[in-house]
Design a protein around this ligand. Sequence first.
Ligand SMILES: Nc1ncnc2c1ncn2[C@@H]1O[C@H](COP(=O)(O)OP(=O)(O)OP(=O)(O)O)[C@@H](O)[C@H]1O
Ligand SMILES: [Mg+2]
Length: 362
Amino acid sequence: MPSIQKLQVNTFRNLHQETLNPVPGVNLICGQNGSGKSSILEAIYFLGLGRSFRNTQQTPLIQHGSRSCSVFGELSDGLTLGVSRSLDAPPQIRLRGDKAQSSAELAKHLPLQLLNAEAFKLLEGGPKTRRQYIDWGVFHVKHQFHNHWREFKRCLQNRNILLKRKAPASEITPWTQEFVRHANIIDQFRNDYLSLFLPFLESILANLIHLEDLSFRYTRGWSHDEDILSVLEQGLKRDFAFGHTVAGPQRADLKIRLGSENACDILSRGQQKLVVIAMKLAQGAFLVRESRLQCLYLIDDLPAELDKENRGRVCRLLSELGGQVFITGTEQEELLDTIKNSNFDTNDCKLFHVKHGIISAM
Ligand SMILES: Nc1ncnc2c1ncn2[C@@H]1O[C@H](COP(=O)(O)OP(=O)(O)OP(=O)(O)O)[C@@H](O)[C@H]1O
Ligand SMILES: [Mg+2]
């Protein structure tokens, strides 16, 4: 059950050359606005996924005036990871010092859940965020999923190119057949995962908030009573008209409703935050249960939008999950106070201060 025991960050945003030795328990990162708190979490995320959580463009990660940035991590089980970006060379990922092929290899070793202001997108954003949420869970418990998803995307792209080009149906058919094969497997994986995970999520949610009418419902991207092959065959004219494939697992969603309405239209901001926290923590906890892997939790600005009692509930839940936690906040007293109300072992808590990108352990 690895945790990060050493993190080294080089010319990454406003962090010049910083080293952090976190504890396996809870790491509190305190500092003023613009000091570098989110950048530390972003560096950890970069180490686990090979990309930023802020931009699709990766160059803003590189410190102004530098030509590259890198993050190295040493895990408690001895594994070393390294990720770098450069303006002059392709991105590099290293595992145990050797070049790795893809960021999926990092993700396998460092499963992490991020909770920041963007996490609200799970409720108020489009289906893509929720598909990614489902697929995070499926990826970590079903290792074959990644290959099927990659192959599926290839079929989808090729099929869409042919549809745009108004190619003859005979050219589209082989891609449709492969599309269907992977689509059914992906749907099966997602369905199997959610049928076990959703009841578990409800039990975690009950620790944080009581919302009787809240429901989660998986929609697979095509009608439940039809098979995807006939949907695609019958919808070929429509697909030609749109210039892309309308039905399939690329359209799946997890509908989150309160009664008959979208939860995000009814819930208060604080209630939304609790639902989102429950969704993220439940996935981490479920991963531990299913695979014995541990999960890392990055929580940017925990105090925002939560009252003291709810902050206490979240921290108690976090302490029960047992993973490594990084929590940022601007007020030291508020952060320490929250931890006092939880069951975290005080010997397994560490406080860091960050000022103008310089980190010091307290
Ligand atoms: N590529 C870069 N090079 C240098 N500095 C950068 C770069 N990108 C962002 N910054 C700066 O890094 C600083 C730290 O940003 P960060 O988002 O980590 O702050 P923060 O402590 O989380 O603040 P807040 O409390 O407002 O969320 C900011 O001043 C930002 O302008
Ligand atoms: Mg921040």
